[in-house]
Design a binder for this molecule. Structure first.
Ligand SMILES: Cc1cc2nc3c(=O)[nH]c(=O)nc-3n(C[C@H](O)[C@H](O)[C@H](O)COP(=O)(O)O)c2cc1C
Ligand code: SF4
Length: 521
């Protein structure tokens, strides 16, 4: 029998939903029939979803990619010499050289699709754990300063400076502190957290360990949405390996410092991604927003000082510690420093993960990387930042994707999700959807959100009905004014971002696509 050939078949949830498991099984079976041995590595996705399942074969000349591969293609691919990198219509060659990937600036996601997510050895071979080793040689306060100097801001949505948060926790005197990772990833059209946890789980583990050493916390929790079973498995495996190899536990890398991580599964509520609801849920209660102050950094999980950070934020920490704060800070635009993994989804030809320095324009993302709409129709709008993000019309596609530029457009970058819509979209219906989403997901603690969202849906139903008599007698105009007033009340009076930011999609739809609200049926 010939020597085993290594073949990468993504085990990422998006690739599996497109048949990657079937492809892996077919490869093993068909190779066996031909007397060939394949060593299949279930890597993460490279983030080029339109090419999934993207199979890569290791040849003496390097990795050769094929995609999108269906299980039914496998026999013919093997006959065409897949295991030697042979010619075939699905052959893509060296995928790292593909302009879609080669033009990206992958720092946080540098190992995605490249490494074996179960292998700590592979992680280390690709630069892993350099950051933690550097951190262990520093004073905790200097680790915090490095994070502050890097300009890193939270990637979960609020864009709060990570260094300031860590400094607050560092400065508290307490017997027990915690690092919590917010892996609830509730925003529509987002998947960067998932891809990192599935494709490079050690980067999150390393980032959390550095955070623990920096602020004096010995225990970490990953609050993972229950809808991510692939990520749960990848994390469980990686945590076990990290513990067995002394990268977690009572004596992290022989430093005498203790840090360990446990995973807790969420219960499937959007509000559990809001940090104080997440803490409630972690403590075993119903996810309901806590009144602030006190801040979680002072009184968080079980009443102790707690860092709450998003997956991408924490997975970016090893880069800062390995390559220095200035290296990281040199990427970006304005006050948005470093890179952001943008998640391109919706009605788009080439959806996926695009990590670039802040400052790429919407146009460059949607047309350059995305290739326009999947339907081939004109793009009419994008929603940026999840279900609470504003809709931008095409006339504003020159907006750079960075925090302040989007705030100036009455929007937000949030977790970096960008969802594309073609000209079939009815923006009044999208505004109704935002209010309905808020009504369904509201934790119910404050009136503007709990009642306002429901009244908003009723109002939108009247507006969408667009009856000729209500248009004639001015009732529709009055309803539109009432909608604006309702948005003001929710914006100014809600206790947290769910009720407070729902006005963004509603107001932006009304402002830029008013004609959809004034239709007569
Ligand atoms: C309604 C709502 C939902 C949120 N959902 C998430 C989420 O799914 N993941 C996340 O990381 N942050 C989410 N956030 C932001 C968190 O409250 C918090 O700012 C974040 O986890 C802090 O981490 P970071 O500083 O690293 O961004 C949400 C906020 C609100 C108001
Ligand atoms: S805004 Fe909504 S989700 Fe937030 S605290 Fe109020 S009721 Fe709860």
């Amino acid at each position: 029998m010939s020597a085993a050939v290594t073949v990468y078949v993504p085990g990422d949830a998006s690739a599996c939903s497109l048949g990657a498991d079937r492809v892996a099984r077919a490869l093993e079976a068909e190779a066996g029939k031909r007397g060939r041995v394949v060593h299949i590595v279930r890597n993460g996705s490279r983030g080029m979803f339109w090419l999934e399942p993207l199979v890569e074969v290791v040849t003496p000349a390097g990795r050769v990619a094929y995609g999108p591969v269906a299980a039914g293609d496998v026999a013919k691919l093997l006959d065409a010499g897949l295991l030697e990198g042979g010619a075939h219509a699905l052959r893509l060659g060296d995928i790292a050289a593909h302009p879609w990937l080669a033009s990206q600036q992958r720092l946080t996601g540098s190992r995605l699709g490249i490494v074996d997510p179960t292998s700590l050895v592979d992680y280390v071979a690709h630069g892993g754990y350099v950051g933690l080793r550097n951190a262990l040689a520093m004073q905790p306060v200097d680790i915090v300063r490095a994070i502050t100097d890097s300009g890193l801001r939270g990637r979960g949505g609020a864009a709060f400076p990570t260094g300031i948060k860590w400094q607050t926790v560092h400065d508290q005197k307490a017997g027990q502190k915690y690092i919590t990772c917010n892996a609830d990833e509730g925003d529509s059209g987002t998947f960067a957290d998932r891809m990192l946890m599935e494709g490079d789980p050690f980067s999150l583990i390393e980032g959390m360990t550095i955070a623990g050493i920096a602020v004096g916390a010995t225990q970490g929790y990953i609050y993972l949405r229950i809808e991510y079973p692939h990520a749960a498995r990848a994390l469980a495996r990686a945590l076990q390996v990290a513990r067995a190899m002394g990268h977690l536990g009572p004596d992290v890398l022989g430093s005498g410092k203790r840090f360990d991580i446990a995973v807790r599964l969420g219960a499937g509520a959007y509000i559990c991604g809001e940090e104080t609801s997440m803490l409630e849920s972690l403590e075993g209660r119903r996810g309901e927003v806590r009144v602030r102050p006190p801040l979680p950094a002072i009184k968080g999980l079980f009443g102790q000082p707690t860092v709450v950070n998003n997956v991408v934020t924490l997975a970016s920490v090893p880069v800062v510690l390995a390559r220095g704060p200035q290296f990281y800070k040199d990427f970006g635009a304005g006050k948005s420093r470093g890179t952001i993994p943008l998640q391109l989804a919706g009605n788009v030809k080439q959806g996926g993960l695009v990590e670039r320095a802040f400052g790429l324009t919407v146009k460059q993302l949607v047309y350059g990387y995305g290739g326009g709409s999947a339907s081939g129709r004109p793009v009419r709008a994008v929603q940026i930042g999840g279900p609470l993000g504003a809709y931008l019309p095409e006339s504003q596609f020159d907006t750079p994707l960075e925090y302040e530029a989007l705030a100036a457009r009455d929007g937000l970058l949030g977790h970096g999700g960008v969802v594309v819509f073609d000209d079939h979209v009815n923006m009044a219906r999208m505004a109704r959807y935002a209010l309905e989403f808020c009504a369904v997901e509201s934790c119910g603690k404050c009136t503007p959100c709990r009642i306002g969202s429901t009244r908003g849906v009723e109002l939108m139903d009247r507006i969408i009905a667009g009856r000729a008599d209500t248009v004639r007698n001015g009732a529709q105009t009055a309803d539109l004014a009432l909608l604006e007033e309702l948005c003001d009340t929710m914006f100014n009076g809600s206790l947290c971002g769910l009720g407070g930011l729902t006005p963004y999609p509603v107001r932006s739809a009304l402002k830029h696509f008013r004609e959809d609200f004034q239709r007569v049926n």
